[in-house]
Design a binder for this molecule. Sequence first.
Ligand code: HEM
Length: 407
Amino acid sequence: MSDLASADIAGRTAPALDIDPYADAVLESPFEMHAALRAAGPVGWLQQYGVYAMGRHKDIMPALKDWETFSSTGGSGLGDIRKPGAWRPGSPIVEVDPPQHTKVRTALQRILSPAVIRQWRQDFEAEAERLADEIVTQRSFCGVRDFSETFVATTFPAALGLADSPERRENLFLLGALNFDGQGPKNERYEATQRKADLIWDWYLDSMKREAMVPGGFGEKIFQAADAGEIEQDVAPLLVRSFLRGGLDTTSSMISAALWYLAKDPAQWQLLRDDPSRVRGALEEAMRLETPIQNVCRQTMREVEIDGVTVPFDSKILIILASANRDPERWENPDRFDVTRQTMGHLALGNGVHMCIGQMIARLEGEVLLKALVSRVSALELTGEPTRALNNNLRSLATLPLAVKAA
Ligand code: HEM
């Protein structure tokens, strides 16, 4: 961890900021905090946590591309996992740099190729249509529990090849919450989630083993890649672990956010009714505005000057993707949800070598589910105030009360 005294070398020193990205009120509504960070310059020093933070799109995009300067090896959270106190083994995909990263990423990209993912479309569509029919019959429903979560908790583990069980859904969402809470400080929110997760630890460890993988899923193919020598044997279960922890909540967050924005603005729903291919734009906008993974972390491998401000070697930097995604310097009317917007360049899926490897899967899930609803529903209505599930790094809704009118 760096300190202010060491931040005064070549350029300007990063201003010390008294902001807490993990306070409840900020997690509820982080937008003022983002604006304060952007106004403070390219980099701020979060004194409470002893880390730097970046919030401007024009600084963040090049940083994500420059893995040699902004390394992932210090870990995806606030602590530096290479050092005593925060030490733990890193994830073999998200917490490594090239060339180690390239080897694992290449093997995974072969397993999760576009051709493989396209084969899942039919199964995903069948489930989307079943669920949309159910919702239309029900008329009132929760957009999170009854819809986005139900869908991803069925389709994604089936594609992975994780056997179904009565506790699977609840356990997977708990592991997702733990993963993302763990990327923030070790605060009370994290401790509470960890206590709950302790109760399912054996299930979790068993779920990433080869024996837990149903034949035909991509989990099995990860172990086969290890047999073929494409990745190390001990890396295979850790990759399954990454998918178990990172693939559900993020996608569900994107889908329920899209529903929320569409329910708030009937004209946007009508645009989808007129041209269902616009569901893709709705999903990108939902990702841009809500940014399911709010931050990623990087460690500086050298002293670096960011737009005139110096950050010392070996500093942890919190890169606030969510702030870049509403940066008024980059986006016109940044807070407006517009399914026709050109969203290219949003950073909800990251950028550079670590850009989300599951993005095609997430988009496919969102697309088939929203399309199934759009074809059946003439009007989507918000019937109450949604509530948030507060997490240190995952932005998502806990409840989203909705009603639909059948077309
Ligand atoms: C809307 C849904 C999703 C969002 C917003 C999202 C977001 C992200 C982001 C921001 C990163 C970059 C992390 C970094 O730079 O440190 C990332 C990487 C990753 N994502 Fe996703 N993700 C989503 C869905 C998924 C799904 C469905 C899967 C699983 C199939 C997945 C698996 C991964 C993996 C394994 C990485 C690490 C890639 C690497 O380090 O090379 N994600 N995701």
